[in-house]
Design a protein around this ligand. Structure first.
Ligand code: COA
Ligand code: ZN
Length: 303
């Protein structure tokens, strides 16, 4: 059976980033290995951000060194690193990363809190990021539009505004993957289907589209279903529903990888994930000190 949907594992970045205390690099490596063994072919392993902004990501250089010691493992998946600016992209290029995930927000208020820039300044930064990517052909680009639906500071985000920002991003980055993100988990499935349908119409096949969502209001699986119905085939997920967002107060973890696998596989839609092997990664996630976990299938399997 062909893989009908592609899951992008984001727990080592989005999940880990709000954990206190600092997770040992060896534990991060173990979980990333287990995720790769389970069949995850795209893993966001960390971020090149200011260590004061996100202390949990400060070990990215060491993490990459350790991951690369196991060539069988590292060659099995695309490693993605989050970057907020040109500086982070240059650091990622120096470390031979395969894909950078440039993040900024559709909401002005959230962007200012998260990356200390206006949207115009972030778009300016994106032009510089695009240039760095062009100069490093081994590296590819993804752009994530945080708060595409809702902002923790300014409330609901207007769909038209999101589509305008999307158009600007596509003009700057003709070859990037684009993620629309429900950063707070407040999106309603109807709004998700509406926004993605409009986005697909606007893009007319020009860019691959990813859905990134959080389960704060228990809507994540319904939102994944809505995005799938609109045509999305790439989904960010986090094993055991790991995490939150330090710049989105109250937000809970990403939609759980195992819940998304269950949702699609029980409808005959192949994810390419081995659930027995995924259980190993779930166990490792449960052992991480300070982890905030979510998801439903994990709890069923623990009975
Ligand atoms: N990685 C590491 N250091 C960085 C950096 C990066 N990507 N970008 C800038 N810096 C350093 C600069 O070199 C400078 O260092 P110096 O003080 O030693 O000279 C310092 O940070 C200040 O640079 P500046 O451009 O003024 O950054 P800032 O203080 O306005 O911070 C960000 C902006 C984007 C770097 C910071 O807010 C950040 O890293 N945010 C990450 C947010 C995040 O990851 N959120 C969760 C994911 S959505
Ligand atoms: Zn997120």
């Amino acid at each position: 059976m062909n893989t009908a949907v592609t899951l992008i594992e984001v727990s080592p970045r989005d999940g880990f980033q709000s954990v206190v205390p600092i997770i040992p690099v060896a534990d991060k490596v173990a979980i990333i290995r287990a995720l790769s063994d389970a069949g995850l072919k795209h893993i966001e392993v960390g971020a090149f951000v200011h260590p004061k902004a996100i202390p949990q990501m400060a070990d990215i250089n060491q993490l990459l060194v350790e991951l690369r010691k196991d060539t069988d493992c590292i060659n099995n998946f695309e490693s993605i690193v989050l970057v907020p600016n040109q500086r982070g992209t240059e650091l990622a290029a120096q470390r031979h990363c395969q894909r950078v995930n440039f993040v900024f927000s559709v909401s002005e208020a959230h962007n200012l809190k998260n990356v200390r820039k206006s949207i115009d300044q972030s778009l300016h930064e994106l032009r510089a990021v695009q240039q760095v990517v062009e100069q490093n052909p081994q590296m590819q680009l993804r752009v994530s539009l945080a708060t595409s639906f809702d902002c923790p500071f300014a409330g609901a985000v207007d769909q038209q505004r999101c589509l305008e920002v999307l158009a600007q991003v596509c003009d700057i980055c003709p070859d990037a993957q684009i993620a629309l993100c429900d950063t707070t988990g407040k999106a309603h499935p109807f709004a998700v289907e509406r926004l993605f349908s409009a986005a697909f119409e606007q893009l007319a096949g020009s860019h691959p589209v990813i859905f990134h969502c959080h389960d704060t209001y228990g809507m994540a699986i319904a939102n994944v279903a809505a995005a799938y119905r609109a045509g999305v085939r790439f989904f960010d997920t986090a094993v055991a529903g790991f995490g939150g967002c330090p710049f989105a107060p109250g937000a809970s973890g990403n939609v759980a990888t195992e819940d998304v696998v269950y949702f699609f596989e029980s409808a005959g839609i192949c994810t390419g994930i081995d659930t027995n092997k995924l259980a190993v990664a779930i166990k490792l996630a449960e052992q991480i000190e300070g982890a905030q976990l979510g998801g439903s299938i994990r709890l069923l399997n623990n009975q």
